[in-house]
Design a protein around this ligand. Structure first.
Ligand code: MBD
Ligand code: FE
Length: 301
């Protein structure tokens, strides 16, 4: 037996009221969005014959997600954050904004306000016995000109795949720095080779992924915000070649141009790894394109 009522005049009018259409106050944009969410929700309920038990399970799931602060993780895992990149890429292509290093997702683990240093930084606090990593590269524009004083805002996980701030056992701003490029557009840092990230095994994101038959693993990666006056802000990551999950990232961040070779060797101090990776920014005169997009982030003013 299928009963459908969502398209009746009564139900339509009811949800117009629920979205505040008959009220003078509030925000028009929010009314439009909420109305659409309600309308699409009741269509889903009828199309898929969602039972009350399934409905309340979903409500409880949202509570769990919020309680565990995993909403940002879930949207990454469901590919929605990657979809936003695909949409921005398509908009850029249409506007002729092409060239440069591709964007990829920020993810939910950025913390604003990392210490700033010139040309070089050591990112790790020396507590994690990971393989020493030396990374260097140049920031250029799409004409090949080096960009001096560009900001390389870098963050990555430790050998356990966890991030400082979100993992309170790590020191403040561990594995997070902002580095200004030198006169030749170059940056350098010392750190430790990160491990891949795995979703909290008993959290709501992993719980849903289990039901989709999916894992919640990311390859080892390093995040970057790259910015310079007169250039488009770049949100990106490098994903480390050779990782088991390189082309099986639960958050879909890997892009061919963002795969970084990592060279393992031995020096007088022991094992070391080296990565060389350059970033290329597109020029822009628009100030709003020169900064990162607004998003609630840890410690962001
Ligand atoms: C991460 O480290 C990450 O980068 C993303 C996108 C999701 C979860 C953890
Ligand atoms: Fe990450």
């Amino acid at each position: 037996m299928t009963v459908r009522i969502s398209q009746t005049a009564d139900v339509q009018q009811f949800f117009e009221q629920a979205a505040g259409f008959d009220q003078p106050g509030g925000d028009q944009r929010m009314k439009t969005v909420v109305h659409r969410v309600l309308n699409d929700s009741i269509k889903i309920i009828e199309d898929l014959q969602i039972t009350p038990e399934e409905f309340w399970k979903a409500v409880n799931y949202l509570n769990d997600l919020g309680r565990r602060q995993e909403a940002g993780l879930l949207v990454a895992g469901l590919g929605l954050e990657h979809y936003l990149d695909l949409l921005l890429d398509a908009e850029d292509a249409q506007a002729g904004h092409v060239g440069g290093t591709p964007r990829t997702i920020e993810g939910p683990l950025y913390v604003a306000g990392a210490p700033v240093s010139e040309h070089f930084a050591r990112l790790d606090d020396g507590q994690d016995p990971g393989t020493v990593l030396y990374m260097t590269g140049q920031v250029r524009d799409t004409e090949g000109q080096p960009l001096a004083n560009a900001v390389v805002d870098v963050w990555h996980a430790n050998t356990g795949g966890t991030y400082s701030y979100f993992d309170p056992s790590q020191s403040e701003f561990n594995l997070r720095r902002r580095i200004l490029t030198d006169a030749d557009g170059r940056y350098r840092f010392q750190s430790i080779v990160p491990s891949g990230y795995g979703c909290p095994p008993y959290g709501p994101t992993q719980q849903l992924l289990d039901q989709l038959g999916r894992h919640g693993q990311r390859p080892a990666h390093i995040h970057f915000f790259i910015s310079a006056p007169g250039h488009r802000h770049l949100t990106t990551q490098i994903n480390l070649a050779g990782d088991k999950y390189l082309h099986d990232d639960f958050a879909y961040a890997t892009r061919d141009e963002l795969i970084a070779e990592i060279h393992f060797s031995e020096d007088a101090k022991g094992p070391r790894a080296d990565i060389d990776f350059d970033f290329v920014l597109q020029p822009t005169a628009a100030p709003e394109d020169q900064t990162r997009r607004e998003r609630v982030r840890a410690l962001e003013a």
